[in-house]
Design a protein around this ligand. Sequence first.
Ligand code: ARG
Length: 444
Amino acid sequence: MDALELTSPAALRTFVQGIRAAAPYIYAFRDNTFVIALGGEVVDSEKFIGIIHDLNLLHSLGFRLIVVHGMRPQIEAILAQQNIESYFADGIRITDADTMDCVLEAAGQVRSRIEALLSLGLANSPMAGARNRVSSGNYLTARPLGVIDGQNMQFTGAVRRIDREAIQQRLDDGDIVLISPLGYSPTGEIFNLSMEEVAAKVAVRLEALKLVFLSDDDGLRKDKKRLDTISTDEAEALLKKSKGIPELLRLYMRQAVYASHGGVPRVHFLSSRRDGALLLELFTRQGVGTMLSHRSLETVRAATIDDIGSILALIEPLEADGILVRRSREQLEAEIERFIVMEYDNLIIGCAALVPFPEEGAGEMAALAVHPEFQREGYGEMLLHYIEAWARKIGLKELFALTTRTGHWFIERGFRQAPVSQLPMKKQALYNYRRRSLVYWKKL
Ligand code: ARG
């Protein structure tokens, strides 16, 4: 590994900030179970050693790691060497006896390589002496897949049972558990399984906090841009469309959705080509891959007294800049039921208030603020929609807002400027002629 060059003050600052940002995640994640699924192509790539280092690092931090590996390219290579033809039904390999021999050979190669690398300490580092025990075993019972599309799948199987206690025991002992996509039947037969299915079923059965797929795919993309998050519903809708998703990704996604329904809170898709992808995904808020979760990450709800600190933190910088009118903590406490807050991953990232003027059938949207790191992502707009819906619900016919600088934002969202004299009397009485805010109205 390259030595860290921390020569400039900026680099030092970034380093410190990075570690501080990671701390809450380390605290929240350690002692939890993580299933890391490695595509077979990842194991052969030159980036693999970096991934092994990161896995060792996570293990040393107290993460309970289960590594599931794939081996499709390795199987292909051995089949080609031996001139054995492959047959597929519905995209799934039919495993006859000859093919099964190749599968076992591939599994042996891949698992030895992973075991060897995982036992490698970090040379010339304080981790050089760290011992990472890897254990594997007959944790999976399989059943034959049977007949698909009129074809007997022979030794291609599906997971029947997972020996959860045995895996847990190994994790309790501090081992990294390595699982190959092979399963055994009670009668002693061996079955060739899909690593995606194994990873997802193990994650559900072991109540993993996360399932992470590392492949050399670039993650999920939409219009060439990385899809940052996707909800289970969206993924299912995507899977229903027959076109546009590569076969392999479809397989990953189907299993990710399964895991999500099975209670795994977050499933991540990462590209192995990016150095440190695992660490960047786990220890930063933005991540570098695609994260699938049940609920969408942002929620809007009514504010409570407990949110006052967060709301103040959001609006104070805007008050200092003269964009919002100053509100004291006491005022905020008195008005708290007029506020809504937007949460992102348990962090309050936005707020807004609705001040009703029932006599005029109008409401004021006030104190709209979005955390600087989350701006230009449509959160302000979402808050506006909530305020509009709320105003409609309590029978208001019009919404207005006062602003000194962001008039265009309101105009783009259907507001029109109007004179101060149009404001409700009570509001006019409070109007600050020094601030000279502009007034914008919208019919609901
Ligand atoms: N580090 C956090 C986690 O692991 C957030 C990751 C966000 N990732 C993303 N692709 N949006 O839960």
